[in-house]
Each structure stands twice: as structure tokens, then as C-alpha cells.
Design a binder for this molecule. Structure first.
Ligand code: SAM
Length: 173
């Protein structure tokens, strides 16, 4: 084994011992994200930054998460299964005092480098891979975050976008 590989393994052993339960602080809500690989990637980021994940309690989401989660992180990461519809759940979170952050390309959005770490309980909404985030949720959010892009692509992969925003909100980037 190369020296670099063995050092990475040693670092992991020392630094990555903490599992987290619900810290009631940061929830990523990929309520419109459809693809299993994206849900699996987001779950891995949740584990890394200590965030929870909220998902619709449907066969599709349970199946997609099980397939996308190749590391069985769903047994160790805090999952909030919605006990109501998406729109109602977001309204309930807001009424309960959570700040709602929409991740979307939108007029008036805050650019990612200006996004401070979350100081209050925050729910992060992500949009569908092709349809994006429903406009009413972008409009109703307390804050919309856009990740600047200077290339030719129209948008980022949703799991990449969600992970970048989670790292900022968790204060780790
Ligand atoms: C692939 S994009 C959806 C693109 C879709 N065709 C559209 O026009 O809305 C999927 C989701 O990733 C997030 N996303 C992707 N790139 C982003 C960016 N540069 N800034 C903010 N959010 C982004 C948003 O949540 C978006 O709804």
C-alpha cells in the first residue's frame, strides 16, 4: 500500500469516529430529487457534515434511498420521513421556526460564497433533476442560494449543489 493511502486510513481512524443522531439544526430536504444515486450522494454528505435528511415516505423514496445508499449510511444518519405532503411539511417546518433555504438559480438569490454558516435551525430544499424546485417554494423561501457557474452548463448536478450548500451551512467550507 502506498504511503498516501495508509496515511488517509490512519487519519480516518482518528478523525471519523463520530456518528450523529438528530441535532435539530440542519435538514437537507431533497423532496423533489428522483434519482437514487443523487439521494445516496446526499446521504453521504449528511453523514460528513452532521446534517439530517427529510424525504417523502413513499415506496419510491424508500426504494431509491436503499439502492443509492451503497454504504448503508441510512442506518446511521438521521432520516425524517414526511408524515404529510411536501408543501404542508415545508409550511409546518416554517411555522415551527425553521428557516427555509431554497437552492436554485433565481433572481435575487444569494451567491454561495456569501452564504454564512447556519446560526438557526435550517431546512434546505433541493429541486428535481430536470424540473427544478417548484417556483412557489423558491418564492416562499426565507433565502434562495445560487451557486455561481462560469461554464456553459445550465446547472450543476443536484447532489453536488446540495453538498456544496450543506458544507457552507455546516460551517465546514
Ligand atoms: C439539475 S438542476 C435542475 C435544472 C432544471 N433543468 C431547471 O431548469 O430548473 C436540479 C437542482 O439542483 C440545484 N442546482 C443545480 N445547479 C444549481 C446552481 N448553480 N445553483 C443553485 N442550485 C442549483 C437546484 O436545486 C436545482 O433545482
Amino acid at each position: 500500500m502506498s504511503a498516501t493511502k495508509s496515511r488517509a486510513r490512519d487519519i480516518r481512524r482518528v478523525r471519523r469516529q463520530r456518528r450523529h443522531r438528530c441535532w435539530d439544526h440542519l435538514i437537507i430536504a431533497p423532496l423533489w430529487v428522483a434519482y437514487q444515486a443523487n439521494l445516496g450522494t446526499l446521504l453521504r454528505t449528511c453523514d460528513a457534515v452532521g446534517a439530517c435528511m427529510a424525504l417523502p415516505d413513499t415506496d419510491h423514496y424508500r426504494q431509491a434511498l436503499a439502492t443509492g445508499d451503497s454504504r448503508r449510511l441510512r442506518e446511521r444518519t438521521c432520516l425524517h420521513w414526511l408524515d404529510t405532503g411536501k408543501d404542508r411539511w415545508v409550511r409546518q417546518q416554517r411555522a415551527a421556526g425553521w428557516r427555509i433555504v431554497a437552492v436554485e438559480l433565481a433572481e435575487g438569490a444569494v451567491a454561495l460564497p456569501r452564504l454564512p454558516a447556519a446560526e438557526e435551525r435550517t431546512v434546505v430544499l433541493l429541486g428535481h433533476e430536470t424540473g427544478g424546485l417548484p417556483e412557489e417554494h423558491v418564492d416562499a423561501a426565507d433565502l434562495c442560494v445560487e451557486i455561481p457557474m462560469i461554464g456553459t452548463g445550465a446547472s450543476l448536478n443536484v447532489a453536488v449543489a446540495g453538498s456544496l450548500v450543506l458544507y457552507r451551512l455546516a460551517g465546514l467550507a
